[in-house]
Write a protein that binds this ligand. Structure first.
Ligand SMILES: [Zn+2]
Length: 234
């Protein structure tokens, strides 16, 4: 085999190694995104529960004020009832007093129900906080393992790239330039041997004359079928 082609094949192997490392690096991103999604689902649920608690607490404060108002009404009715002078006034005042007492009871019941919901929501928020803590605990291991993976792949990439640069110096500039131009488009194996009379990648037949020239000079020829660079293997 032509020694320049042999050097180029070494560079191609380096490039394929680099592509594989880059793919591994890219595959870390969705894993990190999945962790982030899980965590933010739990955090959002907790945030919603906290907002619900705040809303119910505001309603509870309002219901307390309502109780107070109704109690004052009821006390006033009580005083009115005590100060009546005729049986007719007594009947009306009693009806009024009973109505205001019912209002007090109802507003107290209302406040009690809101208080019950707040207790429930607080329990729910505390459960959600606990599961968020657990998720963050579990994820901290997964995250540091992802960080370690990234660091190790990046280190491998640095080594692979400098090895590639070194090997590329052995390839004549025009041949390397030609190869790089096609490789960047393909982002995959670019240089193939002839297989019999045909392209080793796609099997398109290569004319006899071109094959003869490749064998004689060690030149690379582009396949008309798939655009790969072909060399004469023997
Ligand atoms: Zn081809």
């Amino acid at each position: 085999m032509n020694p320049d082609v042999k050097s180029l094949l070494t560079v191609q192997q380096d490039d394929l190694d680099i592509y594989a490392l880059e793919a591994r690096l890219a595959s870390l991103a969705p894993r990190l995104a999945a962790l982030e999604q899980e965590r933010s689902r739990a955090a959002d649920a907790l945030e919603r529960a906290r907002r619900a608690i705040e809303a119910e607490e505001a309603r509870h404060r309002e219901s307390k004020l309502r109780i107070e108002t109704h109690r004052q009404l009821s006390e006033r009715s009580q005083r009115q009832y005590e100060s009546v002078t005729t049986p007719r006034e007594a009947t009306a005042a009693m009806a009024q007093l009973e109505q205001t007492r019912r209002m007090v009871t109802e507003s107290e019941r209302d406040a009690e129900a809101i208080h019950g919901r707040i207790e429930q929501l607080r329990q729910q928020a505390s459960d959600l906080q606990q599961s968020l803590d657990e998720i963050e605990q579990t994820q901290s291991e997964a995250r540091s393992s992802l960080d370690a993976d990234r660091a190790s792949i990046e280190a491998e990439l640095t080594t692979a790239r400098s090895k590639r640069d070194e090997h590329a110096r052995a390839v004549p500039r025009p041949m390397l330039g030609n190869y790089d131009r096609i490789r960047r488009r393909r982002r995959a194996e670019t240089v193939f041997p002839l297989r019999g009379p045909s392209c080793g990648a796609c099997d398109t037949a290569v004319p006899t004359q071109r094959r003869a020239s490749m064998a004689a000079t060690g030149s690379l020829e582009m396949c008309e079928g798939c655009g790969a660079l072909l060399y004469a293997a023997e």
